[in-house]
Write a protein that binds this ligand. Structure first.
Ligand SMILES: *Cc1c(COP(=O)(O)O)cnc(C)c1O
Length: 363
């Protein structure tokens, strides 16, 4: 058998007719950017998350940097963020000239709230919370600390569409929730797409103006903005997938419950789920001290796997200027050396799951 780490066309074929009908409808409409599909998607997604506003953007990275730009953070300002995130989270901060301050992750691969306070200085302005791999972070404690020190909270929900903490959706806790709809995300488009959600009317309005060259009215520009518009085709296709989110979430949960129940927990460190949170399984991440050997072994058996992420941002060449070395963040680095994401995608067949489980347990 040959099983890739991800197989995106399966998720397309599940609703092929609906996607194709929508694509044709948009193509024939004569309106391709920021139109009816975009405003309908914005209303539906805001409703899904439980926020007053959603503003569609061109990507998840745009959502992040525009969020910090609108909040007004730049050179001299510090933003707390977990060390083991995808590098885009960090770029969202540094594109604006602000400084990321890394915090070690907890046992759930999310920001360790008990280590936040020791990193707060008089320059700290915000916390960027990343709900990594699809599990909601410890929002109770994080919001309490943010309130105590008057910090803004931005949530990176690129991997957590639909994940909840205490029954409330990720993205609805902070000042701004940032989403990516990159094709491989749980709510994925068929190209690049992103959005911000917020309950703040003024923030929503500013992002709406900023994404379209800073103009509210055509050729009347209020601020120096950018071009980060969502197109009609992506918005329409996202609306189709959004209608099936509950069913899609159940499907991934079913696969991951099998993995949790049948993979050898003595051999591998299996993912843990908080009692007060839900996990929407963007990735199923295990840890092994013999990770690199495991990757090779799985490859021989025809099983693909991915490392999210092999080089933590503080050790990447891009952030050498921050001055960190190996050893600066031991937990983050230990995770980078041992994590492995197993095959997981919509439409994954039972025999494919069994094949992965069988060869994993024989390692
Ligand atoms: C995918 C991702 C992003 C970036 O989203 P793009 O749409 O690819 O720009 C940001 N943060 C995290 C945690 C992600 O997984």
């Amino acid at each position: 058998m040959n099983i890739m780490a991800n197989t995106l066309d399966r998720g397309y074929f599940m609703y092929q007719k609906e996607f194709e009908d929508k694509a044709l409808e948009v193509l024939r409409s004569g309106w391709y950017v920021l139109g009816r599909e975009v405003s309908s998607f914005e209303a539906e997604f805001a409703d899904y998350i439980g926020c007053r506003h959603c503003v569609g953007l061109a990507s998840g990275l745009d959502a992040l940097w525009i969020a910090f730009r609108i909040l007004g953070f730049g050179p001299g300002d510090e933003v707390l963020v977990q060390g083991n995130t995808y590098i885009a989270s960090v770029m969202g901060i540094t594109i604006n000239g602000a400084t990321p301050v890394f915090v070690e992750p907890d046992a759930y691969y999310n920001l360790d709230a008990s280590k936040l306070e020791e990193k707060i200085t008089d320059k700290t302005k915000a916390i960027l919370v990343v709900h990594l791999y699809g599990q909601a972070s410890n929002m109770g404690e994080i919001m309490r600390i943010a309130g105590k020190y008057h910090l803004r909270v931005v949530e990176d929900c690129a991997q957590s569409h639909g994940a909840k903490f205490h029954g409330r959706m990720t993205g609805s806790f902070g000042d701004i929730g940032c989403f990516s709809f990159y094709p491989s995300k749980n709510l994925g488009a068929f190209g690049d797409a992103g959005a911000i959600v917020t309950n703040d009317d003024r923030i929503a309005e500013e992002v709406r103006i900023f994404r379209n060259y800073g103009s509210e009215k055509r050729y009347y520009n209020k601020v120096v903005g950018t071009n980060s518009r969502l197109d009609e085709l992506q918005a329409g296709l996202l609306r189709v997938r959004l209608r099936h989110m509950d069913e899609l979430e159940q499907q991934k949960r079913g696969i991951c419950e099998r993995y949790l129940g049948e993979l050898d927990g003595e051999k591998f460190e299996l993912p843990k789920v908080r009692e007060d949170a839900t996990h929407i399984w963007h990735q199923f991440v295990i840890r092994s001290d013999r990770r690199d050997e495991l990757v090779e072994y799985l490859k021989e058996k025809g099983i693909g796997s991915i490392i999210h992420y092999p080089i933590p941002p503080h050790l990447s060449e891009a952030y050498r200027y921050l001055g960190f070395q190996k050893g600066s963040f031991p937990i983050t680095e230990k995770y980078a050396d041992s994590v492995l994401s197993l095959p997981l995608y919509y439409g994954m067949k039972e025999e494919e799951q069994s094949y992965v489980i069988e060869w994993m347990n024989r390692f």
